[in-house]
Write a protein that binds this ligand. Structure first.
Ligand code: FAD
Ligand code: DLZ
Length: 507
């Protein structure tokens, strides 16, 4: 009797644990395009196209190896619409000793798969996902007895343990962290590299047509679709990044520019998150560039920190804090998500730029997510659940294990400081320093109040006033609260009124 092996849309790695001991003569691999996964949030059209096309290419590759595949096409009239029901459907026609699956990246799906045994009457083996540097047990060990869960401490342990960017027991380049060198604004004259984009092949074109018909109301344009959907193309994107872009990554990591969504970022997160590339191979390539003097230490360390540090750390936090983590709302924020997050219609140029780039590419780089759309949501007191659903829907790389801690913990401080030592709240001055958005904005970034003032300015102070009870004792917030101490009650009330007036008219 064979085994049924389920591969999910973000598990497209040939070496995935669910396939490791496959018996080609007896086993069947199931990949299923299902309504439940395609609509638990209204995914960006490009995200659905990328995942379905990559699933179809992956299934073809396995089939070429002689593996038996059961592929459920989205439009198959017999498609039951859910993973569990698809498992049940195939189990009606074949006898299996068990279902083998690598643990999914989302709590919701894990919970569902745990029910297969009772609901589909088939034994289930859920295997660890070994595509990460830290297992759940390893992260759990790091958490034990710790008061401060700062990423930096975890990252250093990961460096020591993996030997990545280490000179014996010392960090390569003499420092653990070169972040201070990585905050340069982009010069007006800087010419940014042309990015490798991939023209849709026949499989991708078929999926694009289907998505345009089946998901017409979903956010996002398909016109500029250029994501890789095979490992071969994803490796080409990695080559281009390492050779042409990585050397500049560090310096301009926080920079933003109108009409330039990518700057020197890698655009590799969708490939990493669906399994076309692995974190180990990416870190190895970046380290090699440093060792061969093809990229400076601040760029390579900054880049590796994102993958070996942040990516592993947020995954650890997610699995150790779920399911309650999703309901975190430390600051009691309840405002519904304004429609401008979907329409891009606003006079705030930074917000309209980021939303429009998101619509065109299903991508924004980290500082745009954190300091523009995230910062606005934080200052405006938008419900963490609404904000989180938006991020989960609109980015090609969005999967809950990585999206949720970034939104709840990093952008919104909704976990009360588990992930960040202080809220990433900033006024218009920060956006002006790191971008050219403000130059042609309807609002004036230098003005603090009044009809023409940049809303980020008064929203910033109103945020501090509103959350004084929660934040004033935070040692890292001492400076702005000292400034606020000098404000009169009337001044504070005027600021709060101005913020409220703006927010009440936002829709
Ligand atoms: P680069 O800047 O080139 O960074 C290299 C790699 O490091 C990325 O590919 C990514 O794998 C990893 N990385 C960088 N920053 C982080 C981080 N904070 N957490 C985890 N990994 C990181 N990232 C996702 O992969 N999926 C998400 O759904 C997601 N949602 C986010 C939501 C918010 C509110 C914020 C503030 C950040 C979010 N991030 C998410 C993290 C980060 O913004 C993206 O990983 C990054 O923008 C992807 O673009 P890139 O590949 O060009 O990254
Ligand atoms: C995101 C996504 C989408 C849009 N569709 C599917 C699908 O039809 N079938 C599938 O197996 N996976 C899909 N995925 C990815 C899953 O949502 C992802 O595997 C879970 O969220 C766990 O991370």
């Amino acid at each position: 009797m064979g085994t049924l092996r389920l591969v999910l849309g973000d598990q497209l790695t040939r070496e995935i644990s669910a396939l490791q001991d496959i018996d080609i003569s007896a086993d069947i691999v199931l990949l299923a395009e299902v309504r439940t996964e395609a609509s638990y949030v209204p995914h960006h059209k490009q995200k659905i196209v990328m995942i379905f096309s990559a699933m179809r290419h992956f299934a073809d590759m396995l089939q070429e190896e002689g593996i038996n595949i059961h592929y459920t096409d989205y439009l198959d009239p017999e498609n039951t619409g859910s993973l569990i029901a698809e498992i049940g459907r195939i189990a009606k026609h074949h006898k299996f000793d068990r279902l083998v699956v690598t643990e999914p990246g989302e709590w919701r799906v894990l919970d569902e798969l745990r029910r297969v045994e009772t609901e589909a009457g088939i034994a289930v083996e859920i295997r660890e996902d070994d595509r990460y540097f830290a297992t759940h047990a390893r992260f759990g060990k790091w958490l034990q007895g710790r008061k401060s869960l700062r990423m930096e401490y975890f990252y250093r342990e990961m460096r020591r343990e993996t030997g990545i960017l280490m000179d014996g027991d010392k960090p390569a380049g003499g420092e653990w962290n070169f972040d201070a060198d990585n905050r340069k604004a982009l010069a007006k004259s800087a010419i940014l590299p042309e990015r490798l984009r991939f023209a849709p092949d026949t499989i991708t074109c078929d999926v694009m047509e289907m998505v345009a018909t089946e998901f017409p109301e979903n956010f996002g344009d398909l016109t500029d679709f250029g994501w890789a959907t095979t490992r071969r193309d994803a490796l080409m994107a990695l080559d281009q990044f390492i050779e042409e872009i990585l050397p500049h990554f560090g310096d301009f990591q926080d920079a933003m520019r109108a009409g330039a969504p990518f700057i020197y970022h890698s655009l590799l997160s969708p490939y990493l998150n669906i399994g076309l590339l692995t974190p180990t191979e990416i870190c190895d390539r970046a380290e090699k560039a440093y060792l061969e003097s093809a990229a400076p230490i601040n760029a390579v360390e900054g880049f590796i920190r994102q993958i070996l540090g942040w990516r592993e750390y947020v995954r650890g936090i997610y699995w150790h804090k779920m399911p309650d983590y999703a309901d975190s709302n430390f600051l009691g924020a309840h405002r519904p998500l304004p429609s401008l997050y979907w329409t891009g219609k606003t006079d705030m140029r930074c917000m309209s730029e980021v939303v429009e780039q998101t619509r065109a590419y299903a991508y924004s780089h980290h500082i745009q997510r954190l300091m523009v759309t995230g910062n606005f949501a934080l200052l405006a007191g938008i419900s963490p659940r609404d904000v989180s659903d938006w991020y989960l829907a609109v980015y090609a790389d969005a999967f809950e294990w990585v999206e949720l801690p970034n939104t709840i913990g990093m952008a919104l401080f909704a976990d009360g400081g588990i992930l960040a030592s202080k809220p990433y709240a900033a006024s218009g001055a920060y956006i002006n320093r790191m971008s050219n958005f403000c130059a042609e904005c309807h609002y004036k970034v230098k003005e603090k109040s009044g009809e023409d003032a940049c809303p980020f300015n008064y929203l910033y102070w109103a945020f501090l006033i509103r959350n004084e009870q929660h934040l004033a004792r935070n040692p890292r917030m001492r400076m702005p609260y000292r400034t606020l101490e000098k404000w009169s009650v009337k001044q504070k009330q005027t600021c709060m009124d101005e913020a409220e007036r703006f927010l009440s008219r936002i829709d």
